[in-house]
Design a protein around this ligand. Structure first.
Ligand code: ADP
Length: 216
């Protein structure tokens, strides 16, 4: 059983690394942000209040997210393991997850993607995504060949609703206030936190460091 938790601030590259890991290891990618956005798109399960919280850059309630994750981890495709991305994000969520794992005799590995604050801001403000195929770009670090159009299907690129500047600030505040303390909890109470410097290296090198850490 491989329980991997990708931990890091918004814009630290959790989503990118989670995709690489899940493809290589054949494990499901459990992203609470993606699940919530998908719920909003389908208009099912996630109500307007949750959407409003996300658009403001604040954290959705623990109960909503915990129930969603528990249901997801109970599905058959997660029986051999999973990669958690964006969860746990509060101390309550971390304790809830610890209880769930302990009840099953599983020990998680936490990968902390550490990224310099200024780089985080540049990454988040430059982030674009193709609404059709989901390919990610960044106007500063990884621009499309033609401005604002997807290389693969020519679709006009979109900015995520919560990547506007005021909202980015709120997301980073939520990270500092509610999520960073979780790291200390994971270090002291759970034990296995691997530090990966993810500031300057391209995604493939960060990924190599993660694989190395997982093998050790
Ligand atoms: P990022 O890490 O770049 O902020 P995510 O896609 O992980 O992006 O999350 C987007 C939004 O979804 C968050 O700002 C928050 O509103 C909500 N969210 C995601 N995961 C959680 C969680 N574990 N607890 C509470 N809210 C969450």
């Amino acid at each position: 059983m491989k329980a991997i938790v990708l931990f890091g601030s918004p814009g630290s590259g959790k989503g990118t690394q989670a995709k690489l890991l899940t493809e290589c290891l054949g494990l499901p990618h459990v992203s609470t942000g993606e699940m919530l956005r998908e719920g909003i798109r389908q208009g099912a399960g996630v109500d307007a209040a949750v959407a409003a919280i996300m658009h403001a850059g604040s954290l959705v309630s623990d109960q909503v997210v915990e129930a969603m994750v528990e249901e997801r981890l109970g599905r058959p495709d997660a029986a051999k393991g999973f990669v958690l991305d964006g969860y746990p994000r509060t101390l309550a969520q971390a304790r809830h997850l610890a209880g769930w794992l302990e009840g099953r005799g599983i020990r998680e590995v936490v990968i902390h993607l550490a990224v310099d604050y200024n780089i985080i801001i540049a990454r988040l403000t430059g982030r674009r995504e193709c609404p059709r195929c989901g390919t990610s770009y960044n106007v500063a670090f990884h621009p499309p060949k033609v401005d604002e159009l997807c290389d693969l299907d020519g679709e006009k690129l979109a900015i995520r609703e919560d990547d506007r500047e005021a909202v980015i600030r709120q997301r980073l505040d939520a990270y500092e206030g509610q999520t960073r303390p979780v790291l200390e909890y994971l270090r002291t109470a759970r034990g296995r936190v691997v530090e990966v410097d993810a500031s300057n290296d391209p995604p493939e090198s960060v990924y190599r460091k993660i694989r190395q850490a997982l093998e050790n």
